[in-house]
Each structure stands twice: as structure tokens, then as C-alpha cells.
Ligand binder design. Structure first.
Ligand SMILES: O=C1O[C@H](COP(=O)(O)O)[C@@H](O)[C@H](O)[C@H]1O
Length: 221
């Protein structure tokens, strides 16, 4: 982990800490939506060390691979091992998978589980892949159009470029937040983001669906 990426993660953790603490002065519970993948690990560790009233905080994921929680591909496993540590283990974590064998079968149950969370979220933290996907809104997903337009909170997605089926919050539900943050690293992702900012076809680069949220960008080389 480069020093600059570590510093970025710590600055992001401080900003999220301030946002959650501020919202908790006005409301009993606050919701944090985080992303999976490799980028958020140092941020998770830095946030877990913050002195928050964790039992008043709900945490869920922007998206998930439909895999067992013990799988190394599970975003829930990543959150449990890196964010829900120490005092932060008192947060109420709501995962996005169920015992159903497919996301199509499980999506309704997961939607019920996430409906009771304190929307709008205090913060939605998005990641972005090199193909411009965010959450599981992939350019080649068969359900991209649905996920971008539906009023339903969650969508089961099948994506030719991805090995597993997935479940994702829809763009409409992810828009329901007081603050949106994009956390990315590396020159390649910076170029993808610059490209996204210079056009408007959301289906080609789905991150475009969030560029005017407004979206705070945390980037480091
Ligand atoms: O598949 C996913 O990838 C993106 C980006 O991940 P990264 O490893 O390039 O940081 C992530 O935002 C998303 O939640 C995850 O499911």
C-alpha cells in the first residue's frame, strides 16, 4: 500500500466519520453504504478506528456477488474482516445475499431486509472498475437498463464479463443519500473518470449516473 493511498483512505475515513457524527446529532440512526472490491480495505480499517456510536449505525453494501459469505469474492466477508472490527463490530451490518441459490430467487427477501434501513443514507461510497462500472451496474449487464431506471431498490444482474451472478442496489436507490463519494486509485481509473466526465451515455460508462449527485471524488495515484 503506497503512502499516498493510505493517506487518501485516512482522509476519506475522517470525512465519513464527520458525516456520520453530524447526522447522528439530528437522527437516532445513520446508514452507511459501502462498496466492495480491493480499493476500500485501508479505508475500512481507518474508519473502524473512529470513535463513533457504532450501535446506532447501519452498514450495507452497494452490491454483492451471489456467493457464499465464506468465499474470498464476498464483499460481506471483506466488510466483516476489515470494517466490523473492534468497537465497529457493534454496527448493524445488513448483507445482500440469502440462502436462495440465485439472486433472482433471493432479491425479494434481501429487499425486505434493506427496506427498514434509515434511507436516505448518510453516505454512499462508490467504487469504479476500469470498464466504468459502479456497484454492479456494468456496461455489459443484461439488466443495466432496468437497474438504471427501476423504482425497485435491488436488481439481480447477469453480466457476461463477470464470473458470478450479482445483486445490486438500483441507481435510483443509490441516489437516496445525503452524500455521494467515489473512492478510486490509479491512473487508469482517473482516465476512465475523465472520459466519463466528457460524455453522457450512461450505458457505456455507468458511473455517469452519479456524476451530478454531486459526487465527491477521492483519488490517489
Ligand atoms: O466488482 C466490484 O468492483 C468495484 C470496483 O472494485 P475494485 O477492486 O476495482 O476497487 C466495486 O466498487 C464493487 O463494489 C465491486 O462489487
Amino acid at each position: 500500500m503506497s503512502n499516498v493511498r493510505q493517506a487518501l483512505a485516512e482522509q476519506l475515513a475522517e470525512a465519513v466519520f464527520q458525516a456520520l457524527a453530524e447526522d447522528l446529532t439530528r437522527q437516532e440512526r445513520a446508514l452507511l453504504v459501502v462498496s466492495g472490491g480491493s480499493t476500500p480495505v485501508p479505508f475500512f480499517k481507518a474508519l473502524a478506528a473512529k470513535p463513533l456510536p457504532w450501535s446506532r449505525i447501519d452498514i450495507t453494501l452497494a452490491d454483492e456477488r451471489w456467493v457464499d459469505e465464506q468465499s474470498s469474492d464476498s464483499n460481506a466477508k471483506l466488510v466483516r474482516e476489515n470494517l466490523l472490527q473492534g468497537a465497529a463490530a457493534n454496527a448493524n451490518f445488513v448483507p445482500l445475499t440469502s440462502d436462495a441459490s440465485t439472486p433472482e430467487e433471493g432479491v425479494e427477501e434481501v429487499a425486505k431486509r434493506t427496506a427498514s434501513l434509515s434511507w436516505p443514507a448518510s453516505v454512499v461510497i462508490l467504487g469504479m472498475g476500469g470498464d466504468g462500472h459502479t456497484a454492479s451496474l456494468f456496461p455489459d449487464s443484461l439488466e443495466l437498463g432496468l437497474a438504471l431506471s427501476t423504482d425497485e431498490p435491488l436488481v439481480a444482474v447477469r453480466t457476461p464479463s463477470q464470473p458470478q451472478p450479482r445483486i445490486t442496489f438500483s441507481a435510483g436507490r443509490l441516489h437516496q443519500a445525503h452524500r455521494h463519494i467515489l473512492h478510486i486509485t490509479g491512473d487508469d481509473k482517473r482516465s476512465v473518470l475523465a472520459n466519463a466526465m466528457s460524455g453522457d451515455d450512461v450505458r457505456k460508462l455507468p458511473i455517469r449516473a452519479f456524476l451530478s449527485c454531486p459526487l465527491a471524488i477521492y483519488w490517489a495515484p
